[in-house]
Write a protein that binds this ligand. Structure first.
Ligand SMILES: N[C@@H](CCC(=O)N[C@@H](CS)C(=O)NCC(=O)O)C(=O)O
Length: 255
């Protein structure tokens, strides 16, 4: 989307050419933080991180909604070229950054079938993320029918990933997309921050962590495999990306 800044757009963003990430350390923010950290490891890619304090609804202000009409993080603003361009929706951001900044396709694919497979898993999780949000929201059980519906659907979605990784419908694999055992790609980055937060779904006496581990062994092995990457650990680091911890990077409207 072409961007028109407003008088209240923060100066750090408006006056500095480059690649900008507007984020907070939530699952949707983390997936983009992880890709940027991965790109940095391979290509020394540089960008400016700006933290958005979601508690103060900065993301609903006019200057922010000019970047993302949906009023949510993450947003990437690319002013490396003459035109200032904003990218929204976390999965679309992953595709944009991978296509534009990963020249050697280290985190994507050349082969059209493998590329399509990565997009399929990225889309699969993009819709599943909303279900996980609802499962977490309703887990208190105040609305039992909603709690039951979203928990059941979420566990079904985890089973789809478990069966895919565990080879129930083909061969066993290490990563979501790619031939053979698969290759670590944006499909994994788009999924991992949500699935690794599985504890938020646990309900004592109903969905216990040990039951999930027993039911989804291949998914838990994948969670650990991805977590073992240095760039992933940097990409979720609260010291760097949590707006409550790193107040120095928080931006807000110019007054
Ligand atoms: N579909 C969007 C969802 C983005 C989203 O839900 N962001 C949350 C944080 S994870 C947010 O900004 N919440 C604050 C709000 O809704 O005002 C994406 O994938 O980027």
């Amino acid at each position: 989307m072409e961007v028109i800044y407003s008088p209240e757009t923060p100066a750090d963003l408006k006056n500095t050419k480059g690649l900008h990430l507007l984020t907070d350390n939530t699952p949707n923010g983390k997936k983009v933080q992880i890709l940027l950290e991965e790109l940095h490891s391979v290509y020394s890619t540089v960008w400016h991180t700006h933290l958005i304090d979601l508690e103060t609804d900065e993301q609903k202000k006019n200057w922010f909604c000019r970047l993302n009409p949906n009023g949510r993080i993450p947003v990437v603003v690319d002013s490396t070229q003459h035109e200032v361009y904003s990218v929204v929706e976390s999965s679309a951001i992953l595709v944009y950054l991978q296509e534009r900044y990963d020249q050697n396709k280290v985190f994507g694919f050349e082969d059209p079938f493998e590329k399509s497979q990565a997009l399929q898993w990225l889309f699969f999780w993009h819709s599943a993320a909303v279900v996980q949000g609802n499962a977490r929201h309703f887990k208190s059980g105040d609305v039992p029918q909603a709690a039951e519906r979203f928990q059941t659907e979420m566990l079904r979605i985890y089973s789809v990933l478990e069966n895919h990784l565990g080879g129930r419908r083909g061969a066993e694999r290490d990563y979501l997309a790619g031939r053979g055992r698969g290759k670590y790609s944006i499909a994994d980055m788009g999924t991992w921050p949500h699935v690794s937060a599985y504890r938020s779904l646990c309900v004592p006496g109903m969905v216990e962590e040990q039951d999930m581990r027993a039911r989804f062994p291949c998914l838990f092995a994948w969670i650990a495999r991805v977590a073992g990457r240095e760039a992933v650990q940097r990409g979720i680091d609260a010291e760097k990306y949590d707006c409550d911890v790193n107040r120095g990077l928080v931006i807000r409207a110019e007054v």
